[in-house]
Ligand binder design. Structure first.
Ligand SMILES: Cc1cc2nc3c(=O)[nH]c(=O)nc-3n(C[C@H](O)[C@H](O)[C@H](O)COP(=O)(O)OP(=O)(O)OC[C@H]3O[C@@H](n4cnc5c(N)ncnc54)[C@H](O)[C@@H]3O)c2cc1C
Length: 316
């Protein structure tokens, strides 16, 4: 659809080839990558349904950043209310058995947990459910839920953090958008056009954060830190015509994320047996409006905890 409109647009702009075409191709790349990052999927795989469903209820172009503390304050508050003996980190659940009156959990090493549980909120990421949901639940999850797990799509977006000893050359935001023939070089390396947004980390201004999505994470994963450092340093130097821009002193990278086909809210419907809530799903992929965000993940946890509280109140 976009390709059709874009071709039409180029014709109207008299820009089907040559320099004007190069400029528009670079600009359109920024537009595409914004969507690819926000929805963590390749441009051609994006679901229009997911784009219409997504709504953070905020104004256009407004975004929020965590402070240096990050999410630690929320986690500290929550964990302060729970005895540490009840928190088990690094224990993978391989089976959730809700055949009986109460639910039993089995760890990946085969250990059956002694306690029985009234309510279970599963917050595994969508990718984990796609791979393991078939084996993870006894009995199987209803067809409706399995269908949503299978159909909701997943893509990738990543952030690259470049640490600098000297950041005086940096703009708060940078969209490099190199245009062939309008740059110090005639040709642009394919990988260079994947780096469309860099942003200074507000609480650590010596760190430049690059956002990548679409085809980029796969391409960038294949590069060593040294290769990546060379490519980006060359790009920044050519963009700013400043050949004293240093290479980053360290590169920190992260990987992976999700997007949609049928509705995310389908995953928020609890599994009820004999009129009792038995399995609840939470996590970003289950939020109806702001899936794929930490806020959506947080709100989905609150949604399911409230569901349990309401249920307990009802049953007195
Ligand atoms: C590169 C990148 C950048 C991002 N940037 C932003 C951003 O700027 N703003 C934003 O809001 N969001 C951002 N996100 C998205 C955000 O990180 C996620 O939406 C959020 O972390 C999802 O939380 P979650 O609890 O649903 O899932 P997860 O964070 O995946 O947590 C699920 C947890 O369950 C555990 N688990 C899974 N299966 C099992 C099992 N069988 N047994 C026991 N434990 C299990 C996992 O180990 C994990 O700890 C970004 C994501 C990426 C990858």
């Amino acid at each position: 659809m976009y390709d059709k409109d874009y071709t039409e647009f180029l014709k109207i702009q008299n820009a089907t080839m040559g320099f004007r075409r190069n400029v528009f191709d670079s600009l359109t790349r920024l537009y595409q990558s914004q969507f690819e990052f926000e929805y963590a999927a390749k441009w051609e795989d994006l679901s229009l349904r997911a784009m219409t469903d997504w709504d953070d209820l905020g104004g256009d172009g407004i975004s929020y950043s965590t402070t240096k503390i990050g999410y630690t304050a929320i986690l500290s508050y929550l964990t302060s209310k729970i005895p540490s003996s009840k928190i088990h980190l690094n224990h993978r659940i391989s089976n959730i058995n809700f055949l009986g009156e109460k639910t039993k959990l089995m760890l990946a090493n085969g250990t059956l947990i002694n306690d029985d549980f009234d309510y279970i909120i599963v917050t595994s990421a969508l990718g984990h459910l796609k791979k393991f949901a078939q084996k993870m639940f006894t009995p199987h999850l209803p067809k409706r839920t399995m269908n949503a797990i299978e159909k909701i799509g997943m893509g990738t977006s990543s952030k690259i953090f470049l640490v600098y000893s000297d950041s005086t050359w940096m703009d708060t935001f940078l969209s490099p958008l190199p245009v062939p023939d309008c740059f110090v070089r005639k040709a642009i390396d394919g990988i260079e056009s994947e780096f469309n947004i860099f942003q200074k980390v507000s609480w650590a201004p010596n760190i430049y954060m690059g956002w990548i999505a679409g085809d980029a994470p796969e391409k960038v994963d294949k590069l060593s830190d040294q290769e990546l450092s060379k490519i980006l340093t060359q790009l920044f130097r050519d963009i700013y015509h400043n050949y004293s821009i240093p290479e980053p002193s360290a590169i920190l990278r992260s990987y992976e994320q999700a997007q949609a086909g049928i509705r995310h809210s389908d995953l928020s419907i609890p599994i009820i047996q004999n009129e009792k809530i038995r399995i609840q799903l939470a996590g970003e992929a289950t939020h109806d409006r702001i899936f794929q965000t930490a806020v959506g993940a947080f709100l989905s946890g609150r949604r399911e905890s409230d569901r349990i509280l309401n249920d307990l109140r009802k049953s007195g």
